[in-house]
Design a protein around this ligand. Structure first.
Ligand code: SF4
Length: 318
């Protein structure tokens, strides 16, 4: 498989009255054509900012983004517009991301109008019908408004809109977090079916490791703007090496009353992402932190095939 998207030391900082908030710090990753890459981390770790910076919804502060082998870090104007057709986003909250004054048909068809893709009224209507079928929305709903639907069907509208221009890369930003568990499974299944049918590449952002377990080929774990571990999904679940990943995994419920797993509670205060100094950003909460951890930033090191960890102690005996 070929790499469709790559970031090299991507950075996104925000200016605040107290200094620069380092939301994304030197993130380097690759996503292969047709795969799903899971991006996992707690709220505020920069995972959504990473997705939006990759899509050019936010200007990067530093680093590079490559899409289909081309450096797209500084694209503007017509080139950026073309890129928007190929790279799309599905948002977390389907309700607030849908215009309440537009019908389902108008919402799904809006990108067709903006990009002037269809040549006739018939072609426009046909494309909207196709998209509704694709995401499992009944045609009779074409003139309904978003408030008439439950969360799952609202998210289907958001997915149809994201697919409208025929993208091949989609950032899914917590697309099931606001939904009930039973509906979550339906939307995850739908995304997998669409991926297989349309050959999509997905970057799936979530705070919940268990959500990406079965749909991702690779997983990146983020902590305070940095990647701390990246590995094939199975390897991450069976052989995690970073203390933060281990704590996240320990919090996943086991579906058996007999199985036991010791929950690792993360104590200590989150360090500030504003003007952070050198050292491991997890040090204030890590039970294994040493002086080295507090003074020197750990680099991502490959400690197994395609398994990278940013921790001074990972891989050392004991
Ligand atoms: Fe903990 Fe040190 Fe590893 Fe950071 S580098 S995760 S503080 S052991």
């Amino acid at each position: 498989m070929s790499v469709i998207l790559e970031t090299k030391k991507l950075q996104k900082y925000f200016k605040t009255p107290k200094g620069f908030l380092h939301a994304v710090e030197d993130v380097s990753l690759q996503i292969e054509q047709g795969e799903t890459l899971g991006i996992v981390g707690e709220s505020g770790c920069g995972k959504s900012t990473l997705g939006r910076t990759i899509l050019h919804l936010l200007e990067p502060t530093g680093g590079q983004v490559f899409f289909e082998g081309k450096d797209i870090t500084n694209v503007r104007g017509r080139e950026l517009k073309e890129l928007r057709r190929k790279m799309q986003i599905i948002f977390q909250d389907p309700f607030s991301s849908l215009n309440p004054r537009m019908t389902v048909g108008e919402i799904i068809g809006e990108p067709l109008r903006i990009f002037r893709v269809t040549r006739s009224r018939e072609e426009y209507s046909r494309r909207i019908s196709e998209l509704m079928d694709l995401v499992g929305l009944a045609q009779r709903n074409i003139n309904s408004y978003p408030h008439e639907f439950d969360g799952g069907r609202r998210q289907r509208i958001g997915i149809a809109r994201a697919l409208c221009l025929g993208p091949n890369f989609i950032v899914c930003d917590e697309p099931v977090s606001a939904l009930d568990v039973s509906i979550q499974a339906q939307i995850l299944n739908l995304l997998q079916e669409l991926q297989a049918e349309l050959g999509l590449t997905l970057m799936f952002i979530t705070h919940d490791l268990s959500v990406v377990r079965h749909i991702s080929q690779h997983i990146c774990v983020m902590y305070l703007g940095q990647l701390v571990e990246k590995a094939p999904a199975k390897e991450l679940f069976t052989n995690s090496l970073h203390p933060y990943t281990k704590a996240l995994l320990s919090a996943i419920p086991i579906p058996s009353i007999h199985a036991k797993r010791e929950r690792i509670i993360i104590k200590g205060e989150l360090s500030s992402p504003i003007n952070p100094g050198p050292g491991c950003r997890f040090a204030s909460r890590c039970p294994h932190a040493t002086d080295l951890c507090r003074e020197t930033t750990p680099e991502l090191r490959e400690l197994g095939p395609n398994h990278f960890v940013a921790c001074h102690l990972a891989g050392s005996a004991g």
